[in-house]
Ligand binder design. Structure first.
Ligand code: B12
Length: 212
């Protein structure tokens, strides 16, 4: 592994925001591919943070400062992942479901969709079903993306699908879901239109759902 990428990993794990920012800049200057900086550097680091949390070596504060360092690195990487100037591929409402505050994965999916020419309406985290419904109506969105990182909040996706039906907008939007505990079979079970395991496959899925 490139030593710069390795340093990015280590500094994200240790929550060193400013060094992560500098290292990402250096990696870009060294012409390392942005997707390698993202996947092997930033995302791999967050996986390790999760593993340490699970093992009881990390607690919530460590997870939180690692997440801040990751987001800072991501902000620098964003212009290199997102190439603007593409015609709108469709309007997407996206958010993390009620009760869930995880947003790194959702932000990454938003960024990649934006890069692929989608117009993004990001509702943030802890989004109630009625808020999703209102945003879809208001923005006349053709696609809804929902994220959940907790096994306890996954089921809220089902409540959103029920709310869409209830409000008579289910036929208007395709629904795609994701997040670490979410699976393809869960998507089928709750009646979503698709699932993707990562941000680049979320783009492929979004395009196919929108018929692009
Ligand atoms: C960072 C983190 C936090 C941070 C979040 C900061 C933030 N701004 O997001 C903080 C510290 C706040 C946090 C809090 C908690 N967390 Co936490 N957290 C994590 C951690 C370490 C990393 C998540 C992450 O950002 N991954 C990196 C991103 C890039 O990956 P991703 O989110 O999976 O997203 C990718 C795909 O899933 C997909 N995707 C994501 N969303 C979508 C949406 C669509 C539409 C599509 C198509 C695809 C898609 O594409 C993304 C990009 O490739 C995970 C560990 C893990 N292995 O996931 C635990 C983890 C999710 N947390 C966990 C827990 C338990 C908690 C807490 C309950 C801890 C506590 N006791 O308080 C709280 C809950 C707070 C709440 N109400 O939400 C558990 C969940 C266990 C479970 N099975 O439910 C995990 C798995 C850790 C563990 N191993 O135990 N956490």
């Amino acid at each position: 592994m490139d030593p710069l990428i390795q340093s990015i990993q280590e500094n994200v794990i240790n929550g060193q925001k400013a060094p992560v920012e500098n290292l990402v800049r250096q990696a870009l200057e060294a012409k390392l591919p942005p997707d390698e900086i993202l996947n092997t550097g930033l995302i791999a680091a967050m996986k390790e943070v999760g593993a340490r949390f699970e093992a009881g070596d990390f607690y919530v504060p460590e997870m939180l400062i690692a997440a801040r360092a990751m987001q800072a690195g991501l902000a620098i990487l964003k212009p290199h992942l997102v190439q603007g100037g593409i015609q709108s591929a469709g309007r997407v409402v996206i958010g993390t479901v009620k009760g869930d505050l995880h947003d790194i994965g959702k932000n990454l999916v938003s960024m990649m969709l934006e890069g692929a020419g989608f117009e993004i309406f990001d509702l943030g985290t802890d989004v109630a079903p009625e808020k999703f419904v209102a945003a879809i109506k208001e923005n006349n969105a053709g696609l809804l993306g929902m994220s959940a990182l907790l096994t306890t909040t996954m089921s809220n996706m089902k409540l959103v699908l029920a709310a869409l039906k209830e409000a008579g907008v289910r036929e208007q939007v395709k629904v795609m879901i994701g997040g670490a505990p979410v699976t393809d079979s869960f998507a089928k079970e709750i009646g979503a239109d698709g699932y993707a395991p990562d941000a680049s496959r979320a783009v492929t899925l979004a395009k196919s759902l929108m018929g692009n």
